[in-house]
Design a protein around this ligand. Structure first.
Ligand SMILES: [Zn+2]
Length: 309
């Protein structure tokens, strides 16, 4: 059980350009700010229940444009919260997940993926890596996954491709050099996205390709839902737009950057339930909807870039 003394909230500067938080303007304020005096509320909101919004206020950096919390949990607290609390907000059926992952694999191949080692940070069950190994020549797989419950599934992705799994990017052997890297819904969770991309860069060959998926805080959906947009939540210490993501990549050693809105395949009923949860609509109407998968632009962006050669 997590105690109050286990968690620490720290002050942050801009996680992308390092500007002082004095140079950031208030952008999104929650119904209530989390406080260590109400741990149960932190656990509930970490898990993703949205009955009332509760997250740290998001500020916009006036230098690079990224949206970030200037107060957030430290790295140890983040690890503790992820290991202790289940996340109930995913859960679209696997076959539609798979359609989405295949689309990511296709985009990476189109960006000019070359034969070699693939590094994926936060692969979860490894569906993207599986889709990439199915469609191109991957000689080795390296996974960085904190959740050890996923490790067996990751180890079984391929019977023939040598696979190595570590729990932290810093634990990757120094001589590991990839020709590609994938980070799907990772950069908006890690405390130091720039340091993560720079460390990853040291494990990538020149001209290696990288694929990144994040939520798009510049999207129509975010503007429409304002503070109720589901990615405004405790698990996201910052959120990107195409502009701030491009700024981050350019300043972390990557070039030839392309940022596009990504398509997610989702059952219509599941899409309705997510909307109902956020907007307070009756859930039982979902069963009146037909069983179809929608290609939706859910306010995510997919970026590809290349290591500066
Ligand atoms: Zn900044």
């Amino acid at each position: 059980m997590i105690e109050k003394s286990d968690l620490k909230i720290i002050d942050r500067v801009c996680p992308v350009c390092g500007s002082s938080s004095d140079k950031a303007q208030t952008a999104v304020t929650a119904h209530a700010e989390p406080t260590l005096d109400n741990l149960q509320n932190i656990f509930d909101k970490w898990e993703g229940f949205h009955s009332k919004t509760c997250y740290f206020t998001y500020f916009r950096c006036t230098n690079c444009g990224v949206l970030y919390n200037n107060k957030y949990f430290d790295d140890d607290s983040i690890n503790l919260l992820y290991s202790a609390i289940a996340d109930n907000t995913s859960g679209a059926p696997l076959e539609t997940h798979d359609q989405t992952q295949k689309e990511y694999a296709r985009i990476l191949v189109k960006a000019g993926l070359q034969e070699g080692a693939l590094i994926e940070i936060g692969p979860d069950l490894g569906l993207v890596a599986k889709a990439i190994t199915d469609s191109s020549k991957v000689t080795e797989l390296f996974f960085v996954e904190k959740n050890i419950l996923s490790h067996t599934s990751l180890q079984n992705i391929s019977k023939v491709i040598p696979t190595e799994i570590v729990t932290d990017l810093e634990l990757l052997e120094q001589d590991v050099m990839g020709t590609a890297a994938v980070l799907v819904h990772v950069l908006d969770h890690v405390l130091l996205p720039k340091a993560t991309l720079e460390l990853l860069h040291s494990h990538l060959k020149s001209d290696a390709k990288i694929l990144i998926v994040v939520h798009n805080e510049g999207s129509f959906l975010r503007k429409f839902m304002r503070g109720l947009w589901p990615p405004f939540r405790l698990q996201h210490p910052h959120l990107f737009s195409p502009k701030s993501l491009k700024f981050l990549l350019e300043n972390s050693g990557y070039t030839n950057i392309s940022v596009k809105k990504s398509v997610n395949y989702m059952p219509l009923r599941h899409a309705y339930l997510l909307a109902a949860q956020s907007l307070g609509l009756p859930k039982n109407l979902a069963k009146l909807l037909p069983k179809v998968n929608l290609p939706l632009k859910l306010g995510n962006i997919v970026a590809t870039a290349q290591v500066v050669g």
